[in-house]
Design a protein around this ligand. Structure first.
Ligand SMILES: [Cu+2]
Length: 116
């Protein structure tokens, strides 16, 4: 139980729309927008801006549940700007983990989103 509570407490709050999110190693700053906004269960389009990054991956995991995204996100774009088609199978809080790379070096960035 202690481990579970610790894990829950570690999930960052969702960022407000347009609010800059720092990567774990502070190498990158991301802004993230969802369409629809607020996102609902089903298909969502994420518009992701990370100046200085040249590659990005996304993993999603439902907080407190033992599953992630059921479909591989489709990522298009490059050079600091991407659009990601993701499918959120359930409403609730999802932890989003991005792996970033570029001139500053590899870094990861963790945030969350409340899917309605
Ligand atoms: Cu779930």
């Amino acid at each position: 139980m202690v481990l579970l509570l610790t894990a829950c407490a570690a999930v960052p709050e969702p960022a407000a729309a347009g609010e800059p999110i720092a990567s774990d190693g502070a190498l990158y700053t991301m802004t993230l927008a969802f369409s629809p906004d607020p996102p609902v269960a089903g298909d969502a389009l994420l518009t992701v801006d990370v100046p200085d990054a040249t590659s990005i991956t996304l993993e999603g995991a439902m907080v407190g549940m033992d599953h992630g995204l059921t479909e591989e996100p489709v990522i298009t774009g490059g050079d600091g700007h991407w659009e990601i088609d993701a499918y959120f199978a359930m409403s609730g809080t999802w932890q989003l983990t991005f792996e970033l790379d570029g001139e500053p070096g590899p870094d990861s960035l963790t945030t969350s989103v409340d899917i309605r």
